[in-house]
Design a protein around this ligand. Structure first.
Ligand SMILES: NC(=O)c1ccc[n+]([C@@H]2O[C@H](COP(=O)([O-])OP(=O)(O)OC[C@H]3O[C@@H](n4cnc5c(N)ncnc54)[C@H](OP(=O)(O)O)[C@@H]3O)[C@@H](O)[C@H]2O)c1
Length: 329
């Protein structure tokens, strides 16, 4: 399967181009707004064609597009790629609102192509094992999710500092915490309260309280102002599961899960295999392209996650808890 890449993005270089290759795909073209940049990265990654525009990649003989542009450009370029007959693996968050994600899903259906959000952690066997353990009842019914996804990002040229490009901590890392909380409960939150601090026009810190009704609640926080911090703790009726590095544990990083049983709280480490979630994702995506089936991280699933982010963004403005309005399934 031949792939084209839109944008000389860091994540393409660091993780996704190698993962596509490891999963058996062929990366044949890279487009950039700047030909020199395209040629440099294409040379370094041994990608045969470098183009001075994204359009040129879409016009070429590629089957799949990997789209790692700033978040505000996902909608436009995914729609263009789908209209050009390409399957699209688009970076997270898929879009800036549930409505945009649904429009992208409609475009994929219209053109008979597969569209997936590159929410790689969902493909990691370690995350799947954590969900399996929770569903097996090891901690009883989950009642609370606590968690954090934070890192220090100095103000600068990064698109994450630009509101017009879909920057801010909520879209960048809060979206993972929302996704994980929804999966733990296997349900959608009814209300969301988001308390944020803004700098340079984007939220640099955002603390979220998600109300899952009688199932439980989540209190999770994301930030660009703290040192690296990434963990989830799921508390159930009979114990807790601690998940260090839930989103980025990668190849070569064998990070255990920790189970605590009540009463007493004795802690037991559970080893899970290291894996490359990007490779698992690329493999899944190409299988879905072959069978023309919905991927795990479909536009509909992304729209549900974005519906929660929509409520969080409304809450940041109102200062009150806001209802989550789920898109129709
Ligand atoms: N799944 C993951 O693990 C993961 C990790 C990091 C990031 N991401 C996602 O991947 C996407 C890119 O993140 P990144 O960290 O790789 O960003 P990045 O290095 O800044 O890459 C974004 C690329 O977009 C292109 N671009 C087009 N218009 C732009 C504009 N106005 N300003 C800046 N860049 C523009 C640039 O490529 P050209 O100039 O070459 O055209 C740039 O290289 C985001 O959606 C992010 O959420 C995902």
């Amino acid at each position: 399967m031949r792939w084209g890449i839109l944008g000389a993005a860091r994540i393409a270089r660091a993780a996704v181009v190698p993962a596509i290759r490891a999963a058996g795909g062929e990366v044949v073209a890279l487009g950039s707004r700047d030909l020199e940049r395209a040629e440099k990265m294409a040379g370094e990654l041994a990608i045969p064609q470098a183009h001075p525009t994204y359009e040129a990649v879409l016009a070429g003989p590629v089957d799949c597009i990997y789209l790692p542009l700033p978040n505000s450009l996902h909608l436009t370029w995914a729609e263009r790629a789908l209209a050009a007959g390409k399957h699209v693996l688009c970076e997270k968050p898929l879009a800036l609102s549930a409505e945009e994600a649904l429009a992208m899903g409609r475009a994929a259906r219209l053109h008979g192509r597969v569209l997936a959000e590159a929410l790689m952690y969902r493909y990691h066997p370690r995350w799947q094992e954590a969900l399996r353990l929770l569903r097996s009842g090891v901690i009883g019914e989950p009642r609370h999710v606590g968690g954090s996804f934070a890192f220090h990002l100095a103000p600068g040229n990064d698109y994450r500092w630009r509101a017009d490009l879909g920057g801010g901590a909520l879209y960048d890392v809060g979206s993972y915490l929302v996704s994980a909380s929804r999966q733990v409960f296997g349900a959608e939150p009814l209300r969301a309260l988001a308390l944020a601090r803004s700098r340079h026009g984007v939220d640099v810190r955002c603390d979220l309280l998600l109300d899952f009704g009688e199932r439980g609640s989540a209190a999770v926080g994301c930030s660009f102002e703290r040192g690296e911090s990434q963990w989830l703790r799921v508390e159930g009726e009979e114990g807790a599961l601690l998940i260090p590095l839930p989103f980025t544990a990668w190849t070569g990083q064998q990070v255990p899960l920790y189970l605590e049983r009540s009463p007493g709280g004795a802690r037991e480490g559970i080893e899970t295999p290291a894996a490359d979630p990007y490779r698992e994702m690329a493999d899944h995506f190409m299988r879905k392209v072959r069978s023309l089936e919905q991927p795990l991280t479909s536009a509909q699933e992304a729209a549900a996650n974005l519906a929660v982010l929509d409520a969080c963004r409304s809450s940041m403005e109102s200062g009150s808890a806001e209802s989550v309005i789920m898109p129709p399934r």
